[in-house]
Structure formats: C-alpha cells, structure tokens
Write a protein of this length. Structure first.
Length: 180
C-alpha cells in the first residue's frame, strides 16, 4: 500500500474476505478431488483383497484335495488350523461348514467371532473396533464392518438386522465358539 493512499477499513475487510472465500473454494475443490481419488483407491484395494483371498482359498482347497483322495469323491476335507496359511498377505476366510473350527480363521477374524460369541446380543462394528485394539475412527469402523460382512457371506455370522451381527445359527456353535 502506498504511503499517501488511504484504503477504507470496510474495503480492506471486503478484500480479505474475498481472498479467504477464494481459498475456501480452492480447498473444497481439492477436497472433492481427493475424495474421488480415495474412493477409487478403496475400490482397487477391495478388489485386490478379494482376489488374494480367492487365490489363497483355491490353493488351500487344491492342496487339501491332493492330500485327501476322499475330497475328490465328494467328501468334505478336514482342515485344521496348522494347514491354513496365516502369514503376511494372506487373509483367507473359508466358508463355514460342519467340522470347521474358529481356529482356521486369520487372527483378526477369529477375534471378531470370539467377541461376538461372548456378547449377550447382536453387536455393531463400532462396538467391536475398540475391543480388537483399534481406534474408533470411521475408517477402522468401516474396515471392521467389511470384515463382518465377509464373515456373514461365508456363513460364520448372521446379520438379521442391518449392522447388527450375531453368530450364525448353523455356524461355529453359540454355546462353545472357543472350545475347539
């Protein structure tokens, strides 16, 4: 500002307000762009997780079928916890079937099933997150909800009311989930 020129206070405030408004609009546009990129990245991650789980499941089933000739003849192969891979990069949740024990699940899924088994009634994702040692942020709750949905799809849990999870009626057994 020049030494002799006087700008009125209302004009200066209006100029600052206009600059702040432009900055807010720029940040909102950046935020919208980031939200779109985040949603795409989440979709990519979900597809990769599902692909990895499917490949691990197929490999486990193939190796079980090779190890047990009864499986090819229509028998259900027994799978014990030591034969199921539990390593970095493996997050396999096998479909529940008679004789399958909670121990075959990856640690986080097993913890979720055990928490639900110990609960007096239906449980929501936001109630499970702190019990598995995660912060109760939206991202962690949504990630846990995805795991709960996967356990429902595979027959380990039921979701009679949206967002409320219980042990599956035909699943690992309401009275003895930790006994095997």
């Amino acid at each position: 500002m020049e030494v002799g020129a006087m700008v009125s206070l209302p004009e200066e405030l209006q100029a600052r307000e206009d600059a702040a408004r432009r900055r807010v609009e720029e940040l909102q546009a950046e935020s919208a762009e980031l939200a779109l990129r985040l949603e795409k990245a989440r979709g990519d991650l979900s597809r990769l997780e599902i692909t990895r789980e499917t490949v691990a499941q197929v490999l486990t089933e193939l190796s079980a079928a090779e190890a047990e000739p009864d499986a090819a003849a229509g028998g259900v192969p027994e799978i014990d916890a030591s034969s199921v891979p539990h390593g970095v990069g493996v997050m396999m949740v096998p479909p529940w079937r008679e004789g399958l024990v909670v121990a075959v699940l990856p640690d986080i899924y097993r913890d979720i099933v055990e928490i639900i088994a110990d609960a007096p009634g239906p449980v929501q994702a936001k109630q499970i997150v702190p019990r598995i040692g995660l912060p109760t942020t939206t991202g962690k709750i949504e990630g846990t909800r995805g795991k709960l949905k996967r356990l429902v799809e595979r027959g380990w849990l039921d979701e009679d009311t949206p967002g409320h999870f219980t042990l599956a009626r035909q699943g690992p057994g309401r009275d003895r989930p930790n006994s095997q």
